[in-house]
Write a new protein. Structure first.
Length: 242
């Protein structure tokens, strides 16, 4: 049973967070579509993870499969090249002059959501769902809810229609994100995230850690590993979806 008859468009990268919010949307909305972005990311393996996660969700959760609609892939590699960050070029991950990690792609979420809003307008979706979080995150300013509130207003005005940006992970720690996944889909969903999702910035799928695949050293792996360890130490509780 869903909470809303609306259609949602999920920004779906194939990582832990976007897999969790996809499950959150499938439990809530009558129809859900997904959109991914190829921006020339070094960890392009996440684009393959997207396919694997969607296939596993369809096979594992028949009720969700009935509500899961089309997947869309948008090529914005020209945008990715502008930033010249550690996410798109082979360089060491370090802090820049502003104190931000050089994995920050300037304006990435703003661009993602603008493209997604245009697609939502054509697909009849009223909700955009993103995995942005300002609790356990890398300090990216476009992950903050005040940024997204301003963008939501601009998109509503620019498209002359109602549009909501849902960010169900915004106030959650990474441990709570693991707990939310279990609350949504039990250990079956947790296993899909562990085995099939991809978060590592370096695109490393060679080693399987307790928390999933990754290099184990980049900021994305560190956040994922720390959150998993905290959740696991608590006995892997479930968190009900808000």
């Amino acid at each position: 049973m869903t909470d809303s008859p609306a259609t949602a468009l999920v920004l779906f990268s194939g990582g832990q967070d976007s897999t969790t919010i996809l499950a959150w949307a499938l439990a809530r909305y009558a129809r859900v579509e997904t959109v991914g972005f190829d921006y020339g990311q070094r960890h392009a393996v996440e684009l393959l993870a997207r396919e694997a996660v969607r296939a596993r969700l369809i096979a594992t959760f028949p009720d969700w499969a009935a509500r899961l609609g089309e997947d869309h892939m948008i090529d914005i590699r020209a945008f990715g090249a502008i930033g010249e960050t550690a996410m798109t070029t082979a360089r060491a991950i370090e802090a820049d002059a502003r104190g931000l990690p050089n994995t920050f792609v300037p304006g990435r979420n703003l661009v993602f959501l603008t493209y997604a809003a245009a697609l939502a307008d054509r697909r009849g979706a009223t909700h955009l769902v993103g995995g942005m979080c300002e609790t356990d995150f890398s300090g990216y300013p476009d992950c903050r809810r005040d940024t997204l509130d301003a963008l939501e207003t601009a998109l509503r005005l620019g498209l002359a229609r109602e549009l909501v940006i849902d960010t169900p992970l915004m106030r959650l720690t990474k441990a709570q994100t693991w707990a939310l996944a279990k609350g949504l889909g039990g250990e079956a969903l947790v296993e899909i995230i562990l085995e099939d999702s991809h978060t590592c910035y370096l695109g490393d799928r060679g080693r399987r850690w307790p928390w999933g695949h990754g290099c184990g050293a980049c900021p994305a792996c560190e956040l994922r590993a720390k959150g998993f360890a905290a959740w696991d130490a608590e006995g892997r509780p479930a968190l009900a979806a808000a």
